[in-house]
Ligand binder design. Structure first.
Ligand code: FES
Length: 112
């Protein structure tokens, strides 16, 4: 997945919320942190929980299954430095959100 892929309407993910969507066969968790969008791998590395349906507090997304927490800006697990989700670039255009893998694999959330 190297091209921008349409993934959702922007109004499906208002500030302070997260959603999950498929992009090119991969589950992606999209989070809106105060108007800035972030996207990370949506499959929790613990037992495959749906991160995009978890709760968002600031940049911290909590898995709904057992509570693992990730920073959506970096993909990093809050406790274990060795656990890190892939991060996707996100852009908004004409009310739609598009994602693609970050070339550097780190924070890439932004609004446009
Ligand atoms: S599956 Fe996410 S914390 Fe267990």
């Amino acid at each position: 997945m190297s091209q921008w892929i349409p993934i959702a309407a922007a109004d499906e993910c208002p500030p302070g919320t997260a959603i999950e969507r498929l992009a090119d066969g991969r589950m992606v968790a999209i989070a809106n942190v105060g108007g800035t969008y972030h996207a990370i791998d949506g499959l929790c590395p613990h037992q495959g929980g749906p991160l995009g349906t978890g709760s968002l507090c600031g940049t911290v997304l909590t898995c709904p299954w057992h509570g693992w927490q990730f920073d959506v800006a970096t993909g990093r697990h809050l406790v274990s430095a060795t656990v890190r989700q892939a991060v996707y670039e996100v852009r908004e255009e004409d009310g739609r959100l598009f994602v693609r893998p970050s070339p550097h694999g780190h924070a890439a959330g932004r609004t446009e």
